[in-house]
Ligand binder design. Structure first.
Ligand code: HEC
Length: 210
């Protein structure tokens, strides 16, 4: 079956309840913290591997983050909240984390810095750019695809850039790891299927600015 066939859309909007639901009072490493670290720290040439001018600090998964010692000795939070532009992480050419995102990481540390995970309800019944795609992109992609020197020259801060990639096929190819495209995010696990479905539904809808 051809994807995009008129009568059989490859992804139909759905709501799916799953076991082991997320507790709203708990911050989960896999769902909430790791995506921020991948997008903001594992930028190519930064902390994507433990080589180069990065103090040997790799931040691409739980194991490498803990091996860096920066959670345990407080350096992670210190560098995120630093006010000196020469020391703050990420460097000022990147958009940086929002106060809310920094607070989320702090809460995760306060709760014991576990490699924890939960299964969120998947609701793709109403996918909009402003309500679904923009926040998803901010969490998962914004650190690399934002700021004054975005990766691949692509700043996703506006609808126009993302919709162009949606309509030319490269967004779908990237998030589904289609061999025709460049896999995104470039490190860490593939996006959860629910998030991939949200991208695909938005693309099928014609990538509207809604
Ligand atoms: C860790 C940094 C990083 C993150 C996070 C990241 N990207 Fe990228 N992205 C890149 C780099 C680097 C390139 C350029 C790759 C190249 O040209 O080889 C790129 C290129 C792309 C392209 C163009 C691919 C093409 O075929 O030309 C798309 C589409 C894309 N990213 C989508 C995304 C989406 C969607 C997300 C979030 C789900 C994301 N990226 C997260 C680093 C990142």
């Amino acid at each position: 079956m051809l994807p995009g066939c008129k009568h059989e859309p490859p992804v139909a909007p759905h709501v799916e309840e799953v076991e082991g639901a997320c507790d709203p009072d708990v911050v989960y490493f896999q769902q909430q913290v790791l995506p921020l670290l991948i997008s903001n720290c594992a930028v190519p040439g930064c902390h994507d591997q433990a080589t180069g001018d990065n103090d040997g600090i790799q931040i691409t998964d739980f194991g490498s983050l803990m091996a860096s010692g920066t959670v345990q000795d407080g350096d992670l939070m210190e560098s995120l909240t630093e006010t000196d532009p020469d020391k703050v992480m990420p460097p000022p050419s990147q958009p940086g984390l929002t106060a809310q995102q920094i607070a989320l990481i702090q809460t995760w540390i306060n709760q014991g810095a576990q490699d924890n995970s939960c299964a969120a309800t998947c609701d793709t019944s109403t996918v909009t750019y402003a309500g679904t795609i923009a926040p998803l992109v901010q969490q998962r992609c914004g650190g690399c695809h934002g700021g004054s020197n975005p990766q691949g020259g692509l700043n996703f801060g506006t609808h126009a850039v993302l919709s162009t990639l949606a309509l030319n096929g490269s967004l779908a190819a990237s998030v589904t790891h289609d061999p025709q495209g460049i896999p995104m995010p470039p490190f860490g696990p593939m996006l959860p299927q629910c998030e991939i479905d949200k991208f695909l539904i938005w693309i099928q809808d014609g990538a509207p600015n809604n």
